[in-house]
Design a protein around this ligand. Structure first.
Ligand SMILES: [Cu+2]
Length: 135
């Protein structure tokens, strides 16, 4: 009888542990802070776990506005060519006013690399970009 109760408790504990180790979709598992200064991101290279949902906090120390766009090269090209001036509706895309700290959440793929950067005029070309390495 006592062993049966113990076994039930063990099953429950294992089930709960399973729940907590699997974050639901859109629930950040990690937080990374990107600092912007002189139109550069620091760090400019990030390592994340495969498939991780990451909360990205951006601290803009510059007296000018920036943005953070996370996404594959197609996303980056679209933003470089586009005219959208404010972001915040899509995961991984956020406007960063001068002196502000903002955040966005992005779910990375299972492998590969994902670029990020700022597409305000001239910023990408100047070097305001970086790379996320998955795995
Ligand atoms: Cu910028």
């Amino acid at each position: 009888m006592r062993n049966a109760r113990l076994a039930a408790l063990l099953v429950l504990m294992v089930a709960l542990a399973g729940c907590t180790s699997r974050a639901g979709a859109g629930t950040p598992e990690d937080t990374v802070t990107l600092t912007v200064r002189f139109s550069r991101f620091t760090p400019s290279t990030l390592d994340v776990r495969p498939g991780a949902t990451v909360r990205l906090v951006v601290r803009n120390l510059d007296p000018i506005a920036h943005e953070l766009i996370v996404g594959d090269q197609g996303v980056q090209d679209a933003h470089e060519a586009g005219t959208e001036t404010s972001h915040g509706d899509h995961p991984g895309e956020v406007s960063v006013p001068a002196g502000a700290t903002v955040e966005t959440t992005y779910t990375f793929p299972r492998s590969g690399t994902v670029p990020f950067g700022c597409h305000l005029p001239g910023h990408w070309a100047y070097g305001m970009r970086g790379m996320v390495r998955v795995g």
